[in-house]
Unconditional design. Sequence first.
Length: 268
Amino acid sequence: MSELPIWLIGCGNMAGAMLAGWLVADEPTDRFRIVRPSGVPFGSGISVQSHLPQSGFGEAIVQIGFKPHMLADIAPDMRSLVGPETCIVSILAGVELATLREAFPDAGQIVRAMPNTPVALGKGVVGLIAEDEQGEHAADVATLMAKLGLAEWIADERLFDVVTALSGSGPAFVFRFMDALARGGEALGLDPAQALRMAVETVRGAAELAGQSDERPATLADRVASPGGSTRKGLDILDDDEALAKLVHATLEAATSRNREMAEEARR
Ligand SMILES: NC(=O)c1ccc[n+]([C@@H]2O[C@H](COP(=O)([O-])OP(=O)(O)OC[C@H]3O[C@@H](n4cnc5c(N)ncnc54)[C@H](OP(=O)(O)O)[C@@H]3O)[C@@H](O)[C@H]2O)c1
């Protein structure tokens, strides 16, 4: 692994979670340089500046982590700093490789990465697509992202918006389910704090079991549902006319569609 410097242009919730994950994975702190207008310190002795550097990035991984609609404003100021040795990594939802190439015409390599917030614990998911997966710095980026959890190359950029909905937004959907589980228990008489603790640990345990098992989650669900028992009665509610499957499908469709809109907005 080369020890290329890593610039984080924008380091809010998502890039901050990634940086936390890299530090947990013992990446050296002096690899990282943050640019954020607020200049708010990150801690761990990491260099933070409120303006872009005066001289070019040179051979470096430069990750952009601001809001997608800001690309048109920020890229012109970055353009002269980006050269053929620079690898741009974008975590901007929706924004396509072609749009990024227009924004950074001189970049050597451009990679899109779609992380999720559990990367802060090294337990995230990162979808990846590069202009040239075999090209310069693609392997460096993949190695770096693999330190944050499961890193997967996505073969077709048209599916990247779906990946963004499934794993990028996914933690938000799972958090909603945890809340609903806890609130359901609370409504049936459990102490609220106890219900939340038990809901969170139930999701954590179920996720670990599913992660370690060769069986599909549907089979694991059947193992919980003893014939004639109570779990089946609950599953019958979720499965009635595929209620949960339809709800989740509509959820992913809505998020995917917004990712496509953001791609369109960034193209304008
Ligand atoms: N949140 C997620 O779970 C998630 C998941 C995957 C992808 N993403 C993508 O990550 C990106 C950031 O989302 P977020 O949730 O982390 O938002 P956020 O917390 O609002 O962070 C935005 C960052 O952009 C910085 N910024 C604003 N203007 C800038 C400028 N002119 N130059 C450089 N940096 C600038 C902000 O600086 P200050 O810190 O100084 O305010 C902040 O660090 C989005 O493109 C989103 O699509 C987010």
